[in-house]
Every structure is written in structure tokens, then in C-alpha cells.
Design a protein around this ligand. Structure first.
Ligand code: 5RP
Length: 224
């Protein structure tokens, strides 16, 4: 199976969990986009759901497919969120934010009764950290935060956009992609980053994933 087919298989399995009437958090990225495409087809065939997108890109995709989308002013609890990931370890801990949407993704996941993570096989890792950890920071603080992120043991690189300027998130912030190497203590690092003034959100998702669906050559691996 190609990586694309693995993503498709995981997305197909995930949409089986979507029931009529649900409020569904819609993730961001290429794997999540496949899930949104599949959901769009179901909606076209009569399924009624309300989508809560985690990025402007996903919102545009969902609207184009006829999926009703709302913001957090219109919903309280989200029944189910389905999102991709950049890494997942055996304990279901994630690194997310490769697409720069982890701030909204974490908020939506935190409001969800259940989070299903979908990915291709290469995202499954023994230990987190080969993927550079995205850390979203407010622009004002960015110069001051670089040495602080270095002091935590990382090599932070300010993410660049396609136009050669710093990448700006949907919430108007910058991202440092931080190379920590293998992350020995994800919980401890998450706490350090969460309590650093100027850091808006980091890409460590600990305790969020309820179910992980990995597309593999031998089918979809389900990790609970
Ligand atoms: C965006 C994310 C994505 O879910 C993550 O980057 C995975 O994306 P893809 O499915 O394209 O590999 O966290 O912020």
C-alpha cells in the first residue's frame, strides 16, 4: 500500500464511527482531508452532522462539500473529533502541528467526548521526537523565546511560509519547529512549555487520543 492508500484506509475506518446527528470535530492535514472528503459523501447521501473545523483550510473544504460547519459559539460538547498526527507513540501520545493547526486542534480535541487519530504507518514511532515539535508563540515574544527553547534542549527554527516570510497561523501567531531529539519525558516537557509566557500552544497531545487507526499494508491497525 502507498502512504496515500494507508491514509485513505484509516480515514475510511474512522468515518464508520460517525453517527447521524453528531457534532464532529474536523481535523487538519492530508489524512484528515481524506476523512472530510468521505464525510462529505455521506452528507450528500443524507447523513446529518455538524462540523467543527480546526482550521480555515478544513472549514473551506467542509463548506465546499456541503458539510454544515459551526464555531464554538454554536456548540458546547463535540461528540467526536477525527484528526491526523505527525507521530504517535505506543501510549497514544502525539506530536501534532506539522500543518500549523495544533492550537485549534487541541482546543477542539479538549472539548470532544472522543478523539480518533488517523495516520499512515510511518507515523507510529517507538518514542516521540524525530518529528520537530511545533511550538506556537505570539509574535511579540518570538525573539525572546528562542533562547528559552534552546535552554530546554532544543534547536528551534522559526517556520517559514511559502512567501519566504515567517509562517503565520490561523490565530496570527508564529511557530518554532523545535528539534529536541528523542523526547525522554513528554509530560515534563509539555508542562515546561505550557507554563512559558508567550507560548500559545505546543504540539504534544498527551491524554487526548481515545482510539488510533493506523493504515498498514495488512489493514487498519486499531490501537485503543
Ligand atoms: C496539523 C496536524 C496534522 O494533523 C498533522 O500535521 C498530520 O498531517 P498529515 O495527515 O498531512 O500528515 O497536526 O496541524
Amino acid at each position: 500500500m502507498t502512504e496515500d492508500e494507508q491514509k485513505q484506509a484509516a480515514a475510511e475506518k474512522a468515518v464508520e464511527y460517525i453517527e447521524d446527528g453528531m457534532v464532529v470535530g474536523l481535523g487538519t492535514g492530508s489524512c484528515a482531508a481524506k476523512m472530510v472528503d468521505l464525510l462529505g459523501k455521506k452528507v450528500a447521501h443524507g447523513l446529518y452532522v455538524t462540523g467543527v473545523p480546526t482550521s480555515e483550510a478544513t472549514a473551506a473544504q467542509a463548506r465546499a462539500l456541503g458539510i454544515p460547519v459551526v464555531g464554538l459559539d454554536e456548540v458546547g460538547v463535540i461528540d467526536l473529533t477525527i484528526d491526523g498526527t505527525d507521530e504517535v507513540d505506543p501510549e497514544g501520545r502525539l506530536i501534532k502541528g506539522g500543518g500549523g493547526a495544533h492550537l485549534r486542534e487541541k482546543i477542539v480535541a479538549s472539548l470532544s467526548d472522543k478523539m480518533i487519530v488517523i495516520a499512515e504507518a510511518k507515523k507510529k514511532v517507538a518514542r516521540l521526537g524525530a518529528f520537530k515539535l511545533p511550538v506556537e508563540v505570539i509574535r511579540f515574544a518570538a525573539p525572546a523565546l528562542k533562547p528559552k527553547l534552546e535552554a530546554l534542549g532544543s534547536t528551534p527554527i522559526l517556520r517559514q511560509g511559502k512567501d519566504g516570510n515567517p509562517f503565520v497561523t490561523d490565530e496570527g501567531n508564529y511557530i518554532y519547529d523545535c528539534d529536541f531529539g528523542v523526547i525522554d519525558d513528554p509530560e515534563g516537557l509539555a508542562l515546561e512549555l505550557s507554563t512559558m509566557p508567550g507560548v500559545v500552544e505546543h504540539g504534544l497531545f498527551i491524554g487526548y487520543a481515545d482510539l488510533v487507526l493506523i493504515g498498514t499494508d495488512s489493514g487498519v491497525e486499531v490501537i485503543e
